[in-house]
Design a protein around this ligand. Structure first.
Ligand code: HEM
Length: 429
């Protein structure tokens, strides 16, 4: 059993890493280097346990998953209510089963068409030579895509109205002082969150009306996720919870993935050029092996969901280290992906490590989690990244103009302060 107490020296090193890297990821790496695959973070009033690596992931996600609960008492639960991401047991399985058909691979060809048209819409606004922030542009694209594909809602004209409410909802669930002081007053959220709620409820109301009209006429009813949820007889409140869950889980993650991939390509011009050459040689935006490897490597280095958050329902044992009931447990995707015992040159960007389908065994690579609650949108998210990136790289040149980017721990891991790129349409070069 490893000695996993944080000594004053390790504490000091962790603090220095925090100041240097401007993020808790630095201290996490220090703690993992000194303490191994199991440790406890000694914060005042909050002492979560952290585990990582294939073995621990397997326990949390597969073999002993019944010993942990997803539902916590935190702002994520406050915001998402009974969303599929939050609830446990039969309730979870019921919602998940209702949602899976809308995310089945057989639906992807029609979604791909929408992914391309929404990407085209956003990028057609760019002026030649303009410097754009790919963190912002990626969010616009991902937001339009998720709303169009899952709810058949075109939010183009409403982007201005919902932009701040969406960002506020993400800020609401991002780590903050509430971690240490759960009841800390939080100002500035009530109004924007209400705007977003009203917006979603209106979509539900409109669809119910359309559905009723459709019963007596031939009005077209979309065969989308929203229709599945309505058809299953769920209440407006439960449908709102699922919609908000999918809206946030399904676009904030893709935003981070796209933005990090642009940042990494910007930082590695040779690989960037090789990807462009590969895309130029094909007409099939979905078959670009090097781009696939770049996406996988981007997910390894900067997994948008970098940590899985659980509450212990029944005592767990990790190699003799026990975690009592009711304690908080994090399984760290970030640390799993940077484990030097598994990944050669773990800190370097090396898409080649995934070439020819190579991948380390077991749960050493878990950008989408694992087990029965693996990300429901894993295939959707990967296809989306492939399609959006190949479309943009085929049609535009991107010149990276900022080089100082750090990972910001929000609801997802984001490249901050942004990914500034000078864009030029390729046909006009
Ligand atoms: C690049 C994109 C994405 C990444 C990296 C990602 C990552 C993840 C991870 C790591 C989990 C498991 C979290 C845990 O174990 O605590 C998860 C769950 C989930 N994701 Fe994703 N995700 C992505 C895209 C999407 C998309 C596009 C959707 C919706 C269309 C989505 C919806 C969900 C939902 C609903 C869950 C909860 C599933 C359940 O508990 O049954 N995600 N995602």
């Amino acid at each position: 059993m490893a000695e996993n107490k944080v000594s004053p020296e390790i504490g000091r090193a962790a603090l220095l890493a925090f100041l240097k890297e401007k993020s808790p990821l630095g201290p996490l790496k220090i703690l993992a280097n000194h303490l191994g695959y199991f440790f406890q973070i000694p914060l005042p009033m909050f002492k979560p346990y952290v585990v990582f690596g294939a073995q621990a992931n397997k326990k949390v996600l597969v073999t002993e998953r019944d010993k942990v609960l997803w539902r916590n008492t935190d702002p994520v639960t406050d915001l998402l209510g009974q969303g599929v991401l939050i609830v446990d047991g039969d309730e979870h399985d019921h919602y998940r089963k209702l949602m899976e058909p809308a995310l089945h691979t057989s639906r992807l060809p029609e979604y791909t068409a929408s992914m391309i048209s929404q990407t085209d819409r956003v990028s057609s606004q760019w002026r030649d030579g303009e410097v754009v922030d790919m963190l912002v542009e990626s969010r616009k694209i991902a937001l339009l895509i998720i709303m169009q594909t899952l709810f058949s809602k075109d939010v183009w004209d409403d982007l201005e109205k919902i932009w701040k409410p969406v960002l506020k909802s993400i800020e609401y669930i991002s780590p903050g002082a509430w971690i240490l002081w759960r009841k800390i007053p939080r100002f500035g959220f009530r109004k924007p969150l209400k705007v977003l709620d009203d917006y979603l409820f209106q979509i539900i109301t409109d669809r119910r009306r359309q559905t009723e009209d459709g019963l007596s006429s031939t009005v077209h009813r979309p065969n989308d996720l929203l229709q599945h949820l309505i058809g299953a007889g769920l209440s407006d409140k439960i449908i709102r919870d699922q919609m908000l869950t999918m809206l946030i889980a399904g676009h904030d993650t893709s935003t981070a993935l796209l933005a990090w991939t642009f940042a990494l390509l910007g930082q590695h011009p040779e690989i960037h050029q090789q990807v462009v050459n590969e895309i130029d040689k094909t007409n099939d935006l979905e078959r670009v092996p090097l781009l696939d490897n770049v996406i996988k490597e981007s997910l390894r280095l900067y997994p948008p969901i970098h940590i899985g958050n659980r509450r212990i329902a029944q005592e767990m044992d990790f190699d003799g280290n026990k975690i009592p009931k009711d304690e908080r447990l994090f399984y760290s995707i970030y640390l799993t992906h940077r484990d030097e015992n598994v990944w050669e040159n773990a800190e370097s960007f090396c898409p080649e490590r995934f070439s020819n389908g190579k991948k380390p065994a077991g749960l050493s690579y878990v950008p989408f989690g694992g087990g029965p609650r693996v990300c429901i949108g894993a295939t959707f998210g990967q296809v989306e990244a492939r399609v959006v990136l190949s479309y943009l790289l085929k049609n535009f040149t991107f010149k990276f103009t900022n080089h100082k980017i750090h990972p910001h721990m929000g609801a997802t891991l984001e490249p901050r302060p942004g990914v500034m790129m000078k864009v030029t349409r390729r046909s006009r070069l």
